[in-house]
Design a protein around this ligand. Structure first.
Ligand code: URA
Length: 209
């Protein structure tokens, strides 16, 4: 599939499988979201620009490469994106953070925006949008639609789980945005949940059900 990156590293798959278990506690689910997100960051940020700097080791002078975290913006789709955001910030603590607040209308499943706050100068920054579940694609598409108005340098989309319907919708609306995921599940149910999935990611991260 064009520009869909399935991150099948054994550590990522291991953590995802533990998260799927219905008896995983809120504590363990939240910890696993953080850990899997740190691991996924490796793949998502593989092509991040670096700059060469001088370094004095205890023995001699050399050069090395560092990233400029400030050039990177993690955009969390509220509320479930927060889980991934926390993990990604562990590995790139200098990154900037944006938030998009969207809720799913339970009848139409359409995404309605209630909050949008981004760092300035997005045209100089690479954006990584995070949301655990790419299901109908409504939230992801609405978030990227809105972000594109700010003309960021680039946009990537990261989720833990998706399904053919979510990928198709996102591909149709935003073919230029690569998708990174730990799994592509079978399908959506009639309520817009991914099957077999892991349930409601927000409720499981925050223990609200
Ligand atoms: N959002 C979730 O939290 N879970 C799904 O399965 C689909 C959308």
């Amino acid at each position: 599939m064009p520009d869909v990156h399935l991150i099948d590293h054994p550590l990522v798959q291991h953590k995802l499988t533990l998260m799927r278990r219905k008896d995983a506690s809120t504590n363990s689910f939240r910890r696993l979201v953080g850990e899997i997100s740190m691991l996924m960051a490796y793949e998502v940020l593989r092509d991040m620009p670096t700059q060469e700097i001088d370094v004095e080791t205890p023995l001699e002078h050399t050069t090395g490469h560092v990233i400029d975290g400030k050039k990177l913006v993690f955009v969390s789709i509220l509320r479930a994106g927060t889980g991934i955001l926390d993990g990604m910030l562990e590995v790139v603590p200098g990154a900037r953070v944006g938030h998009v607040g969207l809720y799913r209308d339970p009848k139409t499943l359409v995404a309605v925006e209630y909050y949008f706050k981004m760092p300035g100068d997005l045209d100089e920054r690479d954006v990584v949008v995070v949301d655990p579940m790419l299901a109908t694609g409504h939230s992801a598409i609405a978030a990227v639609d809105r972000l594109k108005e700010c003309r960021p340098k680039s946009i990537k989309f990261v989720c833990l789980l998706t399904c053919p319907e979510g990928i198709a919708a996102m591909r149709a609306a935003h073919p230029d945005v690569p998708i990174y995921t730990a799994a592509i599940d079978r399908c959506l149910d009639e309520h817009g949940y991914i099957l077999p999935g892991l349930g409601d990611a927000g409720d499981r991260i925050f223990g609200t059900k």
